[in-house]
Design a protein around this ligand. Structure first.
Ligand code: BGC
Length: 482
C-alpha cells in the first residue's frame, strides 16, 4: 500500500453492544430486555446459549478497556442498555441510579485511557416490559418512552461523550420484528403482518424526537443513527434492470431511514408506490419537517456488498405480489455460491451466510452512498468477519483459537481500500470500528459465531480474553497509517 495516512482525528475503534457483551443480565437493578426473553425460547438461538453471562463485560470493563488501549485503539463504540436505566422501560417508571452510575464509570474509564467513547442508545434490546405492554416499536407509545430515556442519558453524560447514535441498524431491527414467533428469528417477534413498517414509522419518530431534544438541550457533540450495509452492485454490469434492482434495494434497506433524515423528509418514492398507507403510514408535512436534518453525519455498518439482480419473472410480478406484502422490494440478493454458483468473495463461517469479504466493492459503494446521501462526515461504524468454523475449534489449543488469517485479510484489504476511498475518491471517512472488541453473543447464532478480534474462552471460569492475530495486524496497520 502507498504510504497514505488517515486524516487528523481519525477514530480507530472497536465496537460492541450491551446485550452481546455485558452479561450480568439480572444484576444491579437491570430489567429484562426482549433478547433476555427471546434467548430463553427453545430453538431461538442455534446453540441454545443465552447472553446471561457471555463476556461479563459489565464487571470486566476496566480490563477490557486496558486491553484495547494496549493495542493502540483510540475509540470504543458501545451501547447503553435501556433496561439498565429504566428497568420497566416507560417514561413514568423509576430510573435505576445504579445503571446510570455504572455507565458513568464506564465512560470515565475510557476517557482516562484516552479512548473516545461512542455511545449508542438502542442496539435492539427493547425493555421487555414495553414489548409485553404495548408491542415495543410497533406501537406509537414507544416514541415518548424512548425520547425520555434518551434525554436521561444525554443529561447524565453530556460533556463526556461527543459522538452519539440513536439507533443501531433500524432497518435490520424493524424488518425482523414481525417475524417472531413464526420462525423464532428475532426479538420481540410481534405477530402482525404490518409490524415492519409500523416499527419503521415509530422508530423514525423516536429518532427525530431524541435528536430534537439533543439540540434543544444544548448537548455538545454530534448525533446520527447507524445504517446497515445493503449497498448492492448490479449483477450484470450496465444492465438497466439490475441497476434498477440496486436502486430498489438501496431504497428499501438504506433509503427507508436515510431519505427522510438526510435528503427528502419522506419515504423513498418506490416504497410509497409499492406499499399502501395501511402498511406504510404516510408522513405528514409536519412530521417530515421534524425528521429532515436530524443527523450530523452518516454512519454505515459496511460489512459486505453483494450483487443485486432483477427477479427473472419480471418486476410487475413482484410489485403485485400480494402474498408477500412486507417485502415487495423486488430485487434479488445474490451473494454466495448457493444462489449464484459464483462467489463474490471469500466466505465466512457457515453460521453467517450473509457475510462475504468484498473489499473490491468498498470504494464504489462508498462513492454511491456519498452521492445519494451527502454529508460532511462518514463513519464506517462497524465492519468485521467470522473466521470459518472458528466456533468449533478445540478450546485446548490456544494457538489455533487465535489464528485468524481470513479475518486478518478481511481487515487489511478493507482498510487499504478505505484509505484509497479517502485519498483517491475524496470520501470524508473519519472513523472505522471493528466488530467486535471480542467474541460475543451473536444474536440467533449465540456463542458459536465468533466476530471478535479477541478470543474469549467460554469454558474458563475467568472468561479469559486472548488477542487474535487480526488484533495485532490491526494495531500495526494503524500505527503505520494513523
Ligand atoms: C450488528 C451487530 C452484529 C453484527 C454481526 C451488525 O449488524 O450491529 O450487533 O453482531 O452485525 O452480525
Amino acid at each position: 500500500l502507498p504510504d497514505l495516512k488517515y486524516p487528523e482525528g481519525f477514530l480507530f475503534g472497536v465496537a460492541s453492544a450491551a446485550y452481546q457483551v455485558e452479561g450480568a443480565v439480572m444484576e444491579e437493578g437491570k430489567g429484562p430486555s426482549v433478547w433476555d426473553w427471546a434467548s430463553r425460547q427453545p430453538g431461538a438461538v442455534t446453540d441454545n446459549t443465552t447472553a446471561d453471562v457471555v463476556d461479563l463485560h459489565y464487571f470486566l470493563y476496566k480490563e477490557d478497556v486496558a486491553r484495547i488501549a494496549a493495542l493502540g485503539v483510540n475509540s470504543h463504540s458501545f451501547s447503553v442498555s435501556w433496561a439498565r436505566i429504566f428497568p420497566f422501560g416507560a417514561a413514568d417508571s423509576p430510573v435505576n441510579q445504579q445503571g446510570l452510575d455504572h455507565y458513568a464509570d464506564v465512560i470515565e474509564t475510557h476517557l482516562k485511557s484516552n479512548i473516545t467513547p461512542v455511545v449508542t442508545l438502542f442496539h435492539w434490546d427493547t425493555p421487555l416490559a414495553l414489548a409485553a405492554y404495548y408491542g415495543g416499536f410497533t406501537s406509537p407509545q414507544i416514541v415518548d418512552d424512548f425520547v425520555h430515556y434518551a434525554k436521561t442519558v444525554f443529561t447524565a453524560y453530556n460533556g463526556s461523550v461527543h459522538t452519539w447514535y440513536t439507533f443501531n441498524e433500524p432497518q435490520v431491527y424493524c424488518a425482523q420484528v414481525g417475524s417472531f414467533p413464526f420462525n423464532l428469528s428475532f426479538a420481540p417477534g410481534i405477530n402482525e403482518q404490518n409490524a415492519q413498517f409500523q416499527c419503521s414509522y415509530n422508530l423514525l419518530k423516536a429518532h427525530a424526537g431524541a435528536v430534537k431534544a439533543f439540540r434543544e438541550m444544548g448537548i455538545t457533540g454530534e448525533i446520527a443513527f447507524k445504517s446497515a450495509d445493503y449497498i448492492g452492485m448490479p449483477w450484470r454490469a450496465n444492465n438497466t434492470e439490475d441497476m434498477e434492482a440496486v436502486e430498489r434495494n438501496a431504497a428499501f434497506n438504506i433509503g427507508v431511514f436515510a431519505d427522510p433524515v438526510y435528503t427528502t423528509g419522506d419515504w423513498p418514492q418506490i416504497l410509497k408506490d409499492t406499499l399502501p398507507p395501511d402498511v406504510l403510514p404516510r408522513l405528514t408535512e409536519q412530521e417530515s419537517k421534524e425528521i429532515l436534518g436530524t443527523a450530523d453525519f452518516f454512519a454505515i455498518d459496511a460489512y459486505r456488498t453483494y450483487w443485486n439482480a432483477a427477479p427473472p419473472e419480471g418486476i410487475d410480478a413482484c410489485v403485485n405480489n400480494t402474498s408477500d406484502p412486507l417485502w415487495p422490494g423486488c430485487f434479488l440478493e445474490l451473494m454466495n455460491d448457493f444462489n449464484t454458483g459464483w462467489s463474490s468473495g471469500p466466505a465466512s463461517d457457515p453460521l453467517t451466510p450473509w457475510l462475504q469479504a468484498t473489499p473490491q466493492f468498498l470504494r464504489p459503494s462508498f462513492k454511491r452512498l456519498h452521492e445519494r446521501w451527502p454529508t460532511s462526515k462518514i463513519y464506517l461504524s462497524e465492519f468485521g468477519f467470522t473466521q470459518p468454523f472458528e466456533g468449533v475449534r478445540n478450546p485446548q489449543v490456544l494457538f489455533q483459537l487465535t489464528e485468524d488469517p481470513e479475518r486478518t485479510n478481511y481487515y487489511m484489504t478493507y482498510l487499504g481500500e478505505l484509505l484509497l476511498s479517502i485519498h483517491e475518491d475524496g470520501i470524508p471517512v473519519q472513523g472505522a470500528f471493528c466488530w467486535a472488541i471480542m467474541d460475543n453473543a451473536e444474536w440467533n447464532s449465540g456463542l458459536s459465531a465468533r466476530f471478535g478480534i479477541q478470543y474469549v474462552n467460554y469454558s474458563s471460569p475467568t472468561l479469559e480474553r486472548s488477542y487474535k492475530r487480526s488484533a495485532f495486524a490491526l494495531a500495526d496497520f494503524f500505527e503505520a497509517h494513523l
